[in-house]
Design a binder for this molecule. Structure first.
Ligand SMILES: [Zn+2]
Ligand SMILES: [Zn+2]
Length: 292
């Protein structure tokens, strides 16, 4: 128990945008998952205000329906009908992070003015492209623009900082979120380019943070033969662990890895996971709770 916590955050998924099994992958990582029924959803987080019962979703992934169902179960929420959540935050316009918004629309949930907190560039992208433009036009979500560097209050009393992070900007900019509860602060940074190219970025993001969900798309880069990794830049887990070796040993469990690609051996190999955890790092477990 964390004394005085007002909010609970649950991890609702920990995979990269394509989840697992991954379309087009016939390697053992996904062939075995298809055979066994093992599913990993793209990364998302659900936060509940214990005082009001209100629910906030971070990232609307292609698996938004089963993830919100899991969120309701974990949060003990029922009878929500067409108001599945009370707010949504989205980091950027890559498919694993926002395309679930289409299910808020006319053909599916037809939600009623759910506040959607995004950067102005992300808002422009959504307003300019169907089916998301229609979801906005029909009032199923209400866009609330938040400048990178500024913050919003998507649940009563919960301050969320929008922090610009470098990431491929095909459609929008990309932000990380720092979520400030009365007791603990949570960092959400599922997608970012290499730390090394941007001096001090990781340290800046982790400052004042009690729990950090961090991009772990690739383990050591050897898991994607035939793909040019310079075109899909992400920090390698081995680099993140090397940079944060001392801090992770001193504060085990603070850095928790998410956004694992289907090929990432840390998702499949228990021995490797044990080695990672012996250094004080953790692979996020779906359903784990963080009081804030
Ligand atoms: Zn992603
Ligand atoms: Zn695979």
């Amino acid at each position: 128990m964390v004394e005085g916590a007002r909010y609970d955050a649950w991890l609702l998924g920990r995979a990269q945008d394509g989840g697992l099994p991954h379309l087009g992958c016939e390697r053992p990582c996904c062939a075995e998952a298809r055979a066994s029924g093992h599913v990993e959803y793209p990364c998302a987080l659900g936060i509940k205000d214990r005082q009001t019962g209100e629910l906030l979703l971070i990232e609307a992934t292609p698996a938004v329906e089963p993830q919100i169902a899991m969120f309701h179960q974990l949060a003990g929420a029922s009878g929500r009908g067409r108001s599945p959540v009370d707010g949504v935050l989205i980091t950027h316009a890559h498919i694993g992070h926002y395309t679930g918004l289409m299910q808020f629309g006319e053909e599916v949930a037809a939600t009623d003015h759910v506040p959607l907190h995004v950067t102005p560039r992300m808002a422009d992208f959504l307003r300019s492209n169907d089916p998301w433009a229609q979801v906005i036009e029909y009032g199923q979500v209400d866009v609330r623009e938040v400048q990178p560097g500024a913050s919003c209050e998507p649940l009563d009393g919960l301050k969320v900082e929008f922090i610009a992070v470098p990431h491929r900007e095909e459609h929008s900019d990309t932000v990380a979120f720092k979520v400030h509860g009365p007791q603990r602060t949570l960092l959400w940074v599922p997608d970012v380019d290499q730390w090394g190219r941007h001096d001090g970025l990781l340290a800046e993001l982790l400052e004042g943070v009690d729990v950090a969900y961090v991009d772990a798309t690739f383990y050591d880069g050897s898991e994607l033969p035939g793909r040019d990794l310079s075109r899909i830049p992400h920090p390698l887990m081995i680099e993140t662990m090397a940079m944060w070796e001392d801090e992770a040993a001193a504060r085990p469990g603070v850095v928790r890895f998410i956004h694992l690609n289907h090929t990432n051996p840390a998702l499949h190999d228990p021995a490797l996971r044990a080695e990672i955890e012996s250094k004080g790092f953790v692979i996020g477990e779906v359903g784990e709770k963080q009081p804030l």
